[in-house]
Design a binder for this molecule. Structure first.
Ligand SMILES: Nc1ncnc2c1ncn2[C@@H]1O[C@H](COP(=O)(O)OP(=O)(O)OP(=O)(O)O)[C@@H](O)[C@H]1O
Ligand SMILES: [Mg+2]
Length: 271
């Protein structure tokens, strides 16, 4: 994919700080074989921004995402959301957090039962909301946000949709929960270039129209160039660089970031 001549847009000032991870660490295993997949990451994510986490395969991106999503326990450090320590939330507050922070993953087929229509998939998710009374409205609204007319897509099976359309359905499924944060882990990696741009544009529209806070994870810094307000660079579980997208992309301070950018043709030349 070609990168835009200028970075997407400047980082908005004064946004409320939504997430602060301080000293976040995740260790797998014990003893000599222990893997520190994420080591002391200090990160804050501003509301309404697209924060992109980049790094090579195995750099700890998904581990970090899974910690934020509450799918993996945190070995050390703190994670707060709206000023509250997420690890200490109990009962209803924890459930609310799980609704507030929704995820979209790499392979939409994996989350799709091939015998389920889109309607059935979405209705199953609605049941998690205790069969919200405004279910139908939530469904239509969410599909609308990703560019579908509900009637065109609800009765389709996954094989009747393109990869990009399937991924948009998965985004809609997340949006039905009316989340505050969307975590997209390699959500566009399996798509070919034109469908990828289409899904990236859906994400930027969600930011612009709904003020959605998005954590976008990719091994491809070219995508970060296209979509990011802020860029966070991970290397072997360590955050080596972070900042506004235009700084990290056009004035990378770390050799590792420079190497990632070197693979993206003509990007590091300031227009
Ligand atoms: N359950 C696990 N048990 C042991 N090690 C793990 C586990 N999950 C991840 N790791 C290790 O932690 C490190 C980070 O993995 P992670 O999946 O977070 O990387 P990633 O940046 O998402 O990579 P990719 O771009 O390939 O998705 C890797 O060395 C991986 O082997
Ligand atoms: Mg990963």
């Amino acid at each position: 994919m070609t990168a835009p001549a200028t970075p997407a847009r400047p980082v908005r000032e004064g946004g409320r700080e939504l997430f602060v991870g301080r000293g976040l660490t995740k260790t797998f295993g014990r003893g000599r074989k222990a893997v520190e997949a994420v080591k002391g990451v200090d990160l804050s994510i501003a509301e309404g921004d697209i924060t992109t986490i980049v790094g090579e395969s195995g750099s700890g991106k998904s581990t970090l995402a899974r910690m934020v999503l509450g799918l993996l326990p945190i070995t050390a450090g703190t994670l707060s959301f709206d000023g509250r320590d997420v690890t200490r939330l109990g009962g209803a507050a924890r459930k609310a957090y799980w609704r507030d922070v929704q995820a979209v993953f790499q392979d939409p087929f994996a989350s799709f039962n091939q015998f389920f229509t889109v309607r059935r998939l979405l209705e199953r998710s609605l049941r998690l909301l205790g069969g919200a009374r405004d279910g139908r409205q939530r469904m239509e609204e969410a599909l609308g946000h990703v560019g579908f007319a509900a009637d065109d897509v609800l009765d389709r099976f996954p094989h009747e949709l393109s990869g990009g359309q399937r991924q948009r359905v998965m985004i809609a499924r997340a949006l039905m929960m009316r989340p505050k944060v969307l975590v997209a882990d390699e959500a566009t990696s399996m798509l070919d270039a034109s469908l990828r741009v289409n899904v990236l544009n859906v994400l930027t529209d969600l930011r612009d129209e709904l003020g959605m806070t998005i954590i976008f994870i990719t091994h491809d810094i070219g995508q970060a160039c296209y979509i990011a307000d802020r860029v966070v660079v991970l290397e072997h579980g360590v955050m080596v660089e972070q900042g506004p997208a235009e700084d990290v992309i056009f004035r990378p301070q770390q050799e590792y970031t420079q190497r990632l950018l070197a693979d993206v043709p003509k990007l590091h030349e300031e227009p």
